[in-house]
Design a protein around this ligand. Structure first.
Ligand code: PGA
Length: 247
């Protein structure tokens, strides 16, 4: 089965009114690839407006697990829907490690994101210590399983997974295409133990120091269905080359 490639840019806490507009206007999408950009919350309306008529989709970098009310500083799913947001990045390692998000919390957010009709991009990945201890797949599959237990296998076909080894994020040191493929296959096999149909459908993106110089090799792997890109997504030339290499 050929799964459609997804190229998603995670802008993290970067940008300004001027720079985000310039960046979105420079993106060259094509019909063969789904392109998603994830600005900071405050720039979502501006980016969504700048993308009117474009095929490029908009993601949030996180969402509240609560629907509404006295939750100072939080942003709800219905607020994201007001601004045509289609995807939500959940469980990014920076959220897990710097803001103590638990597997259970991430799983609840995935469930409510699906319920709201948006697509969750569920990030999983091991630390360097876990890789060196040989527990990479155990860690990644436990993070996936926490979500599977919450939402069940049938709904899981709507989830996009991003495998992001923590040691590769923002370090310039990407996993090799073989290392990434091995984990992607291990994640897909784990899903296939519950449903081979769902496993075939689920898109698994790779993330961690993806650049124009390594994207084509990563995308050539059987179980790599695109990328979640941090640093290189802030550079229009780099990001456009990555999109082009996913065709
Ligand atoms: P990076 O970040 O491409 O800068 O390594 C990836 C991510 O955190 O999603």
């Amino acid at each position: 089965m050929t799964r459609r490639k997804i190229v998603a840019g995670n802008w993290k806490m970067n940008g300004s009114v001027e720079s985000v507009v310039e960046l979105v206007e420079s993106i060259q999408a094509n019909d063969a690839v789904d392109v998603v950009v994830a600005p900071s919350y405050v720039y979502l309306p501006l980016v969504a407006q700048s993308l009117t008529g474009s095929k490029v989709m908009v993601a949030a970098q996180n969402v509240s697990e609560f629907a509404k009310g006295a939750f100072t500083g939080e942003v709800s799913l219905s607020m994201l829907k007001d601004f045509s947001v289609s995807h939500v990045i959940l469980g990014h390692s920076e959220r897990r490690s710097l803001f103590a998000e638990s597997d259970a919390q991430v799983a609840r957010k995935v469930a409510s994101t699906l319920e709201a009709g948006l697509t969750p991009i569920l990030c999983v990945g091991e630390t360097l210590e876990q890789r060196e201890a040989g527990t990479t797949l155990t860690v990644c599959n436990a993070q996936v399983d926490a979500v599977l237990e919450e939402i069940g296998i049938e709904l899981f076909e709507k989830v996009v997974i991003a495998y992001e080894p923590v040691w590769a994020i923002g370090t310039g040191k990407s996993a090799s295409s073989e290392q990434a493929q091995e984990v992607h296959k291990g994640i897909r096999d784990n899903i296939a133990r519950r449903s081979s149909k769902v496993a075939e459908k689920v898109a698994i993106l790779y993330g961690g120091s993806v650049k124009a110089s390594n994207s084509a090799e990563l995308f050539a792997q059987a179980d790599i269905d695109g990328a979640l890109i941090g640093g290189a997504s802030l550079d229009a030339t780099e990001f456009n080359s990555i999109i082009e290499s996913a065709k």
